[in-house]
Write a protein that binds this ligand. Structure first.
Ligand code: FAD
Ligand code: SF4
Length: 466
């Protein structure tokens, strides 16, 4: 039989239907598609895909089970190293990780590892009778207590891995809900909160305790935690929005993406008037930025009722950091991409609400420090775009509170906590990872850091700490 070079296409909800609600857009593989796709895997002896996975999932192992139709064993295999597979299967940039390394990608499309990870995780959720891993047994319970700050992907992964090793783990979360950006940032149509909650429950089922409404730095300092806990992992993320600092940026109806998405996800602004927390956006919305956050803000705007939604991005399509599939969906949904466009000033109406974004057209010059071609303004190319609201999605810096309240904790000038390869900070017994270390990055890099820190904490405690 001829080797198939391409993967099955996952079905998606039609555009006209999906932009009217917040339900999930891609529908997942069918059983037949999953088996067919898993059979394309060559079961390499030295699987390059695994080297591309920060949490070291045994990819060929789980794909082997999928190919045989044994989905329970497949999900079990994934969960040996990844406690959040239904989340990863939806939002991880596999195209830059495992799939980028897949050997089949040299001559055709790489095996759809992400789609298959999502398929088997959803299989487990839809077939709860299987009780595959809910009965996880801790073989070697230990008395040492470990504190984890933040219940985003970094904190959850570190906590889950340490609990499996037998430690008593408690997560302190400042919000009233768990999940970090997975819950308050990424919109429902990309990552249903039901899925996040189920995977948080799974981590809890490993023995992890989570206490919400606990702002570390205020309620307890890291120093105080160290009196009760043998080690601390800080996974408090990057939730401090960046602005361009251009004239008029503090006008009414100019939001940071953080606030905008938070109000939608957490305060259910899209269910107004059932929920009394609308976000006023009008009919024309400009979103500044070219990453996943910008795509999410633009697509949310459509679903909130905007008729014209623009992405304003200062570089070209090729440099956009957002996932290609999210850009594709945004285009399909009618988002207008104004590339090589830089906002330089906002103008307002008589009531003080933003009414126009003044932009300048850019062209690409020589590569800058990031290796990407530097956007350079074209003289006298200014134009004004009429808008009713603007969402600024140009990145976030690390949450500063813990750094400020922990004088011995060394941080970069921009706020990132400085760590060794083992995620150890400048304080013995205190580890950190995820966006608080890297700045706004990805779910899987945060999880990889959490995993690395759990290994390092285990080795630190195994040496016997007083
Ligand atoms: P977070 O997820 O930010 O979690 C940190 C947690 O710590 C939060 O719950 C916070 O409330 C809590 N906390 C903060 N300070 C304290 C304190 N002092 N005490 C106690 N708790 C505290 N990545 C992808 O890979 N794919 C995507 O498609 C993608 N899309 C994204 C879309 C949006 C809108 C955003 C904002 C980000 C997106 N990302 C995406 C990035 C990804 O979500 C983050 O990189 C990841 O969540 C970082 O994980 P973390 O655990 O380090 O931090
Ligand atoms: Fe399968 Fe590709 Fe990994 Fe080889 S590199 S084991 S073909 S997924």
């Amino acid at each position: 039989m001829a080797e198939k070079k391409s993967r099955p296409k996952m079905s998606e909800r039609p555009v006209a239907e999906r932009i009217r609600d917040f339900e999930e857009v891609p529908l997942g593989y069918t059983v037949e598609q999953a088996i067919e796709e898993a059979k394309r895997c060559l079961q390499c002896k030295d699987p390059k895909c695994v080297a591309g996975c920060p949490v070291e999932v045994d990819i060929s192992g789980f794909l082997g089970f999928v190919a045989k139709g044994d989905f329970e064993s497949a999900v079990k295999k994934i969960k040996e190293t990844n406690s959040l597979p239904a989340i990863c299967g939806r939002v991880c940039p596999q195209e830059d990780q495992c799939e980028l390394k897949c050997i089949i990608g040299i001559k055709g499309e790489p095996v759809a590892v992400g789609n298959l990870e999502r398929f088997v995780s959803d299989y487990e959720i839809q077939n709860p009778k299987s009780e595959i891993l809910n009965k996880f047994q801790i073989l070697n319970p230990k008395s040492e207590k470990i504190a984890v700050v933040g219940s985003g992907p970094a904190g959850l992964t570190c906590a889950g891995d340490l609990a499996r090793l037998g430690y008593q783990v408690k997560v302190f979360e400042s919000l009233h809900v768990t999940g970090g950006v997975l819950t308050y940032g990424i919109p429902e149509f990309r990552l249903p909160k039901r899925i996040v909650n189920l995977e948080v429950e799974y981590v809890k089922s490993l023995g992890v305790e989570i206490e919400t409404d606990m702002l570390i730095g205020n309620v307890y300092t890291v120093e105080e935690l160290l009196k009760e806990y043998k080690a601390v992992f800080i996974g408090s993320g990057a939730g401090l929005p960046k602005f361009m600092e251009i004239p008029g940026e503090n006008m009414e109806a100019i939001y940071s993406a953080n606030e905008y998405l938070f109000r939608v996800n957490m305060m259910k602004a899209w269910k107004f008037p059932e929920y009394l927390t609308p976000v006023k956006i009008g009919k024309r919305v400009a979103v500044v930025g070219g990453g996943n956050v910008a795509m999410d803000a633009a697509r949310v705007s459509l679903r909130l009722g905007a008729k014209e939604v623009y992405i304003l991005y200062r570089r070209s399509h090729d440099e956009m950091p957002a996932r290609k599939e999210e850009i594709k969906r945004a285009v399909e949904e009618g988002i207008v991409f104004k590339i090589l466009t830089l906002p330089i000033e906002y103008h307002h109406n008589r009531e003080g609400w933003v009414s126009e974004v003044e932009c300048i057209q850019m062209e690409l010059g020589e590569p800058d420090a990031s290796g990407r071609r530097r956007p350079v303004p074209i003289p006298n190319s200014n134009f004004r775009l009429p808008v009713d609201a603007v969402v600024v999605a140009i990145g976030n810096d690390p949450n500063p509170l813990i750094g400020k309240r922990t004088p011995q904790l060394k941080t970069e000038k921009w706020g990132g906590v400085i760590v060794t390869q083992d995620q150890l900070t400048s304080i013995p017994g205190v580890y950190a990872g995820g966006d608080i270390v890297r700045g706004a990055a990805t779910v899987i890099s945060a999880m990889g850091d959490g995993k690395q820190a759990a290994k390092a904490i285990h080795s630190y405690l195994s040496k016997g700490v007083e």
